[in-house]
Design a protein around this ligand. Structure first.
Ligand code: ADP
Length: 645
């Protein structure tokens, strides 16, 4: 591009320089370059003036936005050239020829530019006018007219090179000097350089085969015949060839060269044609394949195209069946109204982010049909890119309303049954544990009465049996008490603020005696104040701390560490001990009611209800409870408490 610009500047400066020199030669009567040869034509002062106007018009277009300068300058060129032609036609002198300088050297029509020059300038002014037009058709017509100007000039240059002895019939060309002709070719090039000549430029510089062949043929069709003609003329002039042989030779060589050029062009065209046919067939096949895909997709899914602003660009019939909207009602509209909630809108920034990262978004979307009823779709959104920018989205949707409704129904039924069963179970355990107390108390008091009143009649074995009954009823009473407590867990009260640090301190006080005895160390970092059911939370910590002390190793004092970490919507607590640990296979089992790992051994007393209790408490809060432990390596109990308010 820079190179082209340099040529443009250089050519403009050259024409300016040329005009100035011609002026100088005429005004100061100095015959230097363009007005020397008395036998051949000279460049007239008017011609130099029109060259100056032409270059100024073209240069002003480069630097000034408005067209008025071009119109004025083109009108001047048009005016002077038309009047010169009228002078020739009417054989009349309008005093235009020697208006600037008196021509004393020309024999015929002194000071008047040649007919050819006047015609060329008239055509050139038409080309200049075309720059000021906006209508593409009129620009095209004016530019075609203009093209005769460089063609005349070119013909004149060729005639000069070949030194054609132009006879009187075409002397019209003879009067145009070679300098003027070259000047014309240069200003025509400058004009064609302008962007309004885009049609020609597009045609000449395009990468289509016709343009490529045209570009390649220019040197062959112009330079080769020129050189050939020039050489044959030289041979004739030197007497080495007579006229007839020269003409025959020229015709033969030109015929042969034209044939070769056309042959090469034909081979090229055939190749291109063959490739084009193959490509067309390929496209046709691909189109058929695509139509199969489209048909299949249309049969099973609803397809929509949405642009980056959410405007619906295309929908298929399936979409209309599903949404109950007609194509007319949705095309060109924003897609928002189709979605039940804003969070389902496929053009949310969060979804767009996933699409641009992963190339697809997949998910379930709840939509509203025309009747106002919701329907569910399993949706895939794929971006469609143009020049690496996402400008459209293709939404492929499968109707899952039936499945969704079935699952929802099943879930609600399941929850209902579960709630009912839970209630029944609670009632059962409450009644069972409550009513069991009474007969147990009777057994207890009667066996005590029996023992107290008949002790002297009992032998040693009977007394031992009585002590077994006493122990068993005591254990049973404890079991029933625990069961009663377990069944009573319900969140009838509202959660309250609980300071976990105070809670631990209170529990430590309760365990004061055993802590002293077993040299227990309990540490905790800055625990949070949370919303919870206080008595339950206390029971939870109490159970876990109690277990950590109870299941400690014989030889080392228990060390219990309590930590808490804030998570997104909850608190994560951990209670770590250095006790006997739990085998991995029992990690789940221990949370079931009455499940104990040491039931046979007397050293770990308990009923196996403590962790079931804890689990229930945590579930009431909406959290989770689990353990991480290895045998002999201590255990860590984790639980989460969601932020309740
Ligand atoms: P209990 O303590 O009355 O036996 P739990 O439900 O509290 O009942 O515990 C169930 C079982 O889980 C216990 O019997 C014990 O085997 C095991 N367990 C609970 N906590 C710990 C712990 N901190 N270390 C080792 N084992 C434990």
């Amino acid at each position: 591009m820079n190179f082209k610009k340099h040529i443009y500047t250089f050519s403009s400066l050259f024409i300016l320089f040329f005009s100035v020199i011609v002026f100088y030669e005429w005004i100061f009567d100095k015959r230097l370059f363009f007005t020397v040869n008395e036998n051949s034509s000279t460049t007239k002062v008017n011609t130099a003036l029109l060259f100056l106007f032409s270059t100024l018009a073209l240069l002003s277009r480069k630097y000034l936005k408005k067209n008025i300068h071009i119109i004025i300058l083109a009108s001047l060129i048009c005016f002077i050239s038309t009047f010169t032609l009228l002078e020739y036609l009417l054989n009349f002198n309008f005093l235009l020829d020697n208006f600037l300088v008196q021509d004393t050297i020309s024999n015929t029509n002194p000071g008047r530019m040649s007919v050819a020059t006047a015609i060329c300038f008239l055509l050139f002014s038409i080309g200049l006018f075309s720059l000021t037009r906006t209508n593409k058709h009129s620009i095209k017509k004016l530019q075609i007219l203009f093209f005769f100007a460089p063609a005349f000039a070119f013909f004149n240059v060729i005639a000069f090179i070949l030194r054609v002895p132009l006879d009187e019939n075409i002397s019209f060309f003879k009067t145009m000097s070679i300098h003027t002709s070259i000047g014309f070719l240069i200003i025509s090039y400058l004009l064609i350089f302008d962007n309004t000549f885009y049609n020609l430029k597009k045609f000449y510089f395009s990468d289509l085969q016709g343009s490529i062949i045209l570009r390649k043929s220019v040197p062959i069709t112009i330079i080769f015949p020129l050189l050939l003609g020039f050489s044959i003329l030289k041979l004739i002039q030197n007497g080495m060839l007579n006229h007839e042989t020269g003409i025959v030779l020229f015709t033969l060589v030109l015929m042969l060269s034209s044939f070769i050029i056309f042959l090469v062009a034909s081979v090229k065209f055939n190749k291109v044609d063959y490739a084009k046919k193959k490509l067309t067939q390929n496209i046709l096949n691909k189109n058929i394949e695509l139509s199969y895909y489209k048909n299949a997709l249309d049969k099973v899914a609803s397809v929509t195209f949405i642009d980056e602003n959410g405007i619906i660009k295309y929908t298929n019939t399936n979409f209309c069946n599903l949404s109950k909207y007609s194509k007319k009602e949705v095309l060109g509209k924003k897609c928002n109204f189709l979605f039940s909630e804003q969070q389902n809108n496929p053009l949310l920034p969060s979804i767009i982010k996933i699409i641009s990262k992963e190339g697809i978004w997949n998910g379930e979307i709840k939509k509203i049909n025309k009747d106002g009823n919701p329907y569910w779709t399993n949706t895939a959104i794929v971006p469609l890119q143009k020049n690496s920018n996402i400008n459209e989205f293709m939404c492929i949707e499968m109707d899952i309303t039936t499945e969704k409704k079935a699952t929802e129904l099943l879930a609600s039924k399941y929850v209902e049954t579960l709630q009912q069963k839970n209630q029944e179970l609670q009632q059962f355990s409450y009644i069972a544990s409550h009513d069991l107390q009474e007969p147990l108390r009777t057994i207890n008091s009667f066996s005590k009465f029996l023992y107290d009143n008949y002790a002297d009649q009992l032998d040693g074995t009977a007394k031992t049996l009585f002590s077994y009954i006493k122990q068993a009823t005591h254990r049973m009473s404890k079991l029933i008490k625990n069961l009663l407590e377990y069944s009573k867990i319900e969140h009838h009260k509202k959660p309250k603020k609980v300071n976990c640090n105070t809670l631990i301190e209170e529990i430590k006080l309760d365990f004061h005696f055993i802590i002293q005895q077993k040299k227990v160390i309990i540490t905790y970092d800055n625990l949070p104040v949370i919303h919870a059911y206080k008595s339950m939370l206390r029971m939870l910590f109490q159970n876990l701390i109690n277990n950590a002390i109870k299941f400690s190793k014989k030889d080392s004092p228990p060390v219990i560490e309590i930590h808490s970490v804030k998570q997104k919507n909850s608190w994560l607590f951990s209670i770590k001990d250095n006790g006997i640990g739990i085998k991995k296979e029992f990690h789940d089992k221990i949370f079931s009611i009455f499940q104990r790992l040491h039931s046979g051994k007397k050293k770990y007393k308990g009923t196996g209800i403590g962790l079931a209790h804890c689990k229930k408490i945590i579930h009431l809060h909406g959290g989770e409870l689990w353990v991480e432990s290895k045998l002999n390596e201590g255990s860590t109990f984790y639980f989460t408490i969601p932020n309740l308010k």
